[in-house]
Write a new protein. Structure first.
Length: 288
């Protein structure tokens, strides 16, 4: 009798253990499904808020279109508004004309713009990057198959870049070099550099005669007197001659802007990055 009762107790305990295990698995699955649903819902909401940020940025672009000059390189601001509990939005707008257009080293007819190529070499050298990398970039873009360097035409795209990220595909362009150069280059715009917003490395590369001292004088001048027209460059001390030489390479107004809208909902973040011109035409769009 005791053996039978002991066996029944063991079987009962086993059944209880199995049931408890099933309940725990069920509760865990429900928790995972609920969390996944909540995260998915938050991700969708964050994406919608980020898209709203992109729409809000067009108000700034409309102002930029009407302005005769652009003097702010980058604006980063939180956006006040009731997006719900735990929801936040920030927008960053950057003038792409503050950068050197890397596609400008090759003319639309496929010939090399030697002045622009020299500028790219000077930019790389100023950033302590091997200037010969500019030749590999030129081979990647130009339509011919004649290499400037050994194997620089291997798997080359032979057309213009659609995004600066494509540079990572070029032989010799490692992650460290890309991080150094990417803040100062673009593939958008009218191939002119906005002297109101360009950084020091970009200003230095505008001409073989441009020194760091002269470039800093542009920055000091615009801090108190933004350039309202390109010809005003000759008003900067030391630019009576060099200013005239670079007139066709400079502008005072941005034509393309990079917009980064970042939305967070309960620790779930979505980022939408775009490049738009002042007519609101989208040149680039990426969501992540």
């Amino acid at each position: 009798m005791l053996n039978k009762e002991g066996s029944a107790l063991i079987i009962t305990l086993l059944l209880i253990s199995i049931l408890v295990g099933l309940v725990v698995d069920f509760v865990y699955d429900v928790y995972i499904d609920s969390s996944s649903l909540s995260n998915w819902s938050n991700a969708q909401k964050a994406s919608l808020i980020a898209r709203s940020g992109q729409n809000l940025s067009t108000q700034y672009l409309a102002l930029a279109k009407e302005s005769s000059y652009t003097y702010v390189r980058e604006i980063e601001m939180p956006v006040p508004g009731d997006f719900g509990r735990g929801a936040f939005l920030s927008i960053k707008i950057e003038d792409e004309n503050s950068k050197f257009n890397i596609n400008s080293i090759i003319y639309p007819n496929g010939m090399t713009d030697e002045k622009a190529l020299l500028s790219l070499k000077k930019l790389l050298k100023y950033l302590n990057i091997n200037p010969n990398l500019s030749l590999a970039i030129a081979d990647w873009i130009d339509p011919d198959k004649e290499p400037r360097l050994s194997d620089s035409e291997y798997l080359a795209k032979n057309t213009f870049l659609w995004s600066v990220d494509e540079l990572k595909l070029i032989e010799g362009m490692d992650e460290n070099i890309f991080v150094k150069i990417s803040p100062y280059i673009t593939v958008y715009g009218n191939h002119q550099v906005n002297i109101n917003t360009a950084g020091l490395p970009v200003l230095v590369c505008l001409s073989p005669d441009m020194t760091e001292v002269l470039a800093k004088q542009i920055i000091e001048y615009r801090e108190t007197t933004p350039f309202e027209k390109s010809s005003s460059i000759v008003n900067v001390p030391g630019f009576e001659a060099i200013g005239i030489k670079i007139l066709n390479r400079i502008t005072v107004k941005g034509s393309n802007f990079r917009v980064t809208a970042k939305a967070t909902v309960d620790e779930i973040t979505r980022v939408i990055e775009s490049v738009m011109d002042t007519s609101m035409k989208i040149r680039f769009w990426r969501e992540g």
